[in-house]
Design a protein around this ligand. Structure first.
Ligand SMILES: [Cu+2]
Length: 302
């Protein structure tokens, strides 16, 4: 867009000797074209192969497929945005490559024609990104509304309290079932699995909505479950409410993902998704063994 110094200063003929570049020995035209095409083809082959291999290794692009309804919505949005980004990147790389190869110095060359502006081109590369951003924005709002929706009658409601450094899971509408990080956790050696008995396990039923009411007792923490593609801050004085509707039984790791002090790395937990029948057996067991240590339900029965 900006004129080069040669346009600001005294006009000099482009045929002037100072702009003449020594010529390279010219190859026959046919051979040159074939060579150029083969190099461009090889470059594109490497690019496509790399993308395909990368796609095979990580089809979710680092996210989870989602083991709950909300997580699957997030996975779709994330994949769509990632693929859109890849398509834009490939087009930009192709245009750069085309410019580099098509407009490289060819033999005896002169300073190319200088443009001040190109209105159609500028409108094109302003409108296209704008449309992409608007489409991404609309899909993001739709997905956010789906993920943040909370039903009025959830099957289970759990009050989750984060604190330095652990979790409390209190089951509403139970006889006081509460699971929490055991106090001795800090005295134990590090590198335990997230399902170790010192860490609490959130047990919820499959195919039924579980409402989580999240709070913090002290500083900012984050409740994060990778399998659900979901994380939400636990902030002092704030009550965050959200919902999970699991679609697959299993045990999924969870952790605090907001650095919250010395034993932040000990803020582990797990989520166990069971069938509704198993859930009611588990809850009943917990209710009949309140205030007993250990309060963990024998997992082999699930
Ligand atoms: Cu933390």
């Amino acid at each position: 867009m900006f004129p080069g110094p040669w346009l600001i200063s005294e006009p000099v003929s482009r045929k002037s000797p100072q702009f003449q570049v020594p010529a390279r020995p010219a190859a026959p035209t046919g051979l040159r074209r074939r060579g150029r095409r083969s190099r461009v083809g090889a470059g594109l082959a490497v690019l496509v192969t790399g993308l395909v291999l990368a796609g095979c290794n990580s089809p979710t692009f680092g996210a989870s497929h989602g083991t709950d309804v909300q997580g699957q919505d997030i996975a779709k949005l994330y994949s769509g945005m990632f693929i859109t980004g890849l398509i834009v990147a490939v087009i930009v790389w192709a245009l750069i490559g085309w410019c580099v190869f098509a407009y490289r110095r060819k033999g005896r060359s002169i300073i190319p024609k200088q443009f001040q502006e190109h209105i159609p081109l500028e409108i094109t590369y302003t409108v296209i990104p704008l449309v992409i951003v608007i489409v991404i924005f609309v899909f993001t709002v739709i997905t956010e509304n789906e993920v943040d929706a909370v039903t009025s009658h959830p099957a289970v409601t759990v009050d989750v309290t984060a604190y330095q450094w652990g979790w409390i899971f209190h089951y509403e509408n139970s006889k006081g079932v509460t699971l929490q990080t055991q106090g001795a956790v800090r005295a134990l050696p590090a590198k335990r699995g997230y399902t170790a008995s010192v860490y609490p396990q959130l047990v919820i039923p499959e195919h039924q909505p579980t409402k989580i009411v999240l709070r913090s007792d002290d500083v900012v923490h984050e409740f994060y479950v990778h399998a659900f593609n979901f994380g939400r801050f636990a902030q002092p004085g704030v009550r965050n409410v959200f919902e999970f509707t699991p679609t697959k039984t299993g045990v999924y790791p969870g952790q605090c993902t907001e650095y919250c002090g010395l034993y932040h790395s000990e803020m582990l937990f797990s989520v166990r998704v069971v069938t509704p029948t198993q859930y009611h057996h588990w809850l009943s067991y917990q209710e009949h063994h309140l205030n007993q240590i250990p309060k963990h339900y024998p997992l082999t029965q699930l």
